[in-house]
Write a protein that binds this ligand. Structure first.
Ligand code: AMP
Ligand code: TRP
Length: 340
């Protein structure tokens, strides 16, 4: 199937289910900004509140977290002039297409998703039906825009493969060439930011130790302190990236440095070969503060005026529906729904 008939369009989403970490910033938001500024793509970025409620969310917290995530997007450099910024539930075509996809996707496909297995845990019977169907809604998020590229962290790769499976099965079942085979975009040093306390675990907002992560709302002092206290080993930095093998904590700090300064781990090692952590950590802390403190300050400024955030999201939803309404209408026609 030809991919050229589709407008180059990027879609990605983040759940408003808690605070943002440096992992979300380097693995997702910073790359969203880069793709926006490249100018090659139309870009659509989404707070996926309907995905968030697949596990319990306190309503007041959900509202707060959705606005805070929007503030994080904007503070990091996404602008409503260049990107369509939306909250998922405000663009009803996502949920409408998701229902069609619930009827295309197979139970067996969903049951194999590692995120489902991790999140449902031992008691899958007690998990919500929404949690099981989560990847079909994610496929709908993407395909209701005919998005061609999706920047995500490595943990989302399996869901992107499933999105292609759903698109292919829909096209095959109805004998059409309607949905594109979306490409995941998984690249760069920020793809796997690890915990500052344990280099084998992902940096996560759900880690009980606050010292394990840098939160996007941390101030300069907190950021610097967490980096100074980050777990490392006693060796100086090696002179090749290969020398970081079996040194997960050292490798993580080098990767974070590389992602924050828009360069590669190779370049960081070339510059800091032989450095002790006593000198590398303060350099990293300065860099992190220089990059993150302005974002966190801008987030607080934006959060002081939630009505302005709501206006941006309402406008984004209108722009989004110009794309999604015709694609959903065409889907309904293909499926045989009267009135489409
Ligand atoms: P989550 O907060 O887990 O819903 O993730 C939102 C986005 O941030 C996804 O694209 C993830 O892949 C990305 N992300 C989350 N944590 C990390 C991490 N530690 N390293 C890199 N990317 C991450
Ligand atoms: N599942 C993604 C995550 O947990 C969030 C998400 C929902 C998403 N819909 C999407 C990401 C569409 C990319 C494209 O991070």
């Amino acid at each position: 199937m030809s991919e050229t008939k589709f407008t180059p369009r990027v879609f990605s989403g983040i759940q408003p289910s808690g605070g943002l970490t440096l992992g979300n910033y380097l693995g997702a938001i910073k790359r969203f900004v880069d793709m926006q500024n490249k100018g090659t793509f139309q870009t659509v970025y989404c707070m996926v509140d309907m995905h968030a409620i697949t596990v319990w969310q306190d309503p007041a917290r959900l509202r707060h977290n959705t606005r805070e995530l929007a503030a994080g997007f904007i503070a990091a450099g996404l602008t409503p002039e260049k990107s369509i910024l939306i909250n998922q539930s405000q663009v009803p075509e996502h949920a409408q297409l998701a229902w069609i996809f619930n009827c295309v996707a197979r139970m067996g496909w969903m049951g194999r998703m590692t995120q489902w297995k991790d999140k449902a845990g031992k008691d899958a019977e007690a998990a919500s039906l929404g949690l099981f169907a989560y990847p079909a809604l994610m496929a709908a998020d993407i395909l209701v825009y005919h998005a061609t590229h999706v920047p995500v962290g490595e943990d989302q790769k399996q869901h992107l493969e499933l999105t292609r499976d759903i698109a292919a099965k829909f096209n095959h079942d109805f004998g059409v060439d309607f949905f594109p085979m979306t490409e995941p975009v998984i690249e760069g040093a920020g793809m796997r930011v690890m915990s500052l306390r344990d280099g084998s675990k992902k940096m996560s907002k759900s880690d009980p130790s606050d010292a394990s992560r840098i939160n996007m709302t941390d101030d300069a002092d907190a950021i610097a302190k967490k980096i100074r206290k980050a777990k490392t080993d006693p060796e100086p930095l090696p002179d090749t990236v290969a020398g970081l093998k079996d040194r997960p904590e050292a490798r993580n700090l080098v990767n974070i440095y590389a992602a924050l300064s828009d360069t590669t781990a190779e370049a960081v090692i070339a510059e800091h070969a032989g450095a002790q952590f006593g000198t590398f950590k303060p350099a990293l802390a300065d860099l992190a503060v220089a990059r993150l403190a302005p974002i966190s300050a801008e987030m607080s400024r934006l959060m002081a005026d939630p009505a302005e955030i709501d206006r941006i999201l309402a406008r984004g939803a209108e722009q989004a529906r110009e794309i999604t309404a015709p694609i959903l209408k065409k889907t309904y026609e293909i499926v045989g729904m009267v009135g489409a």
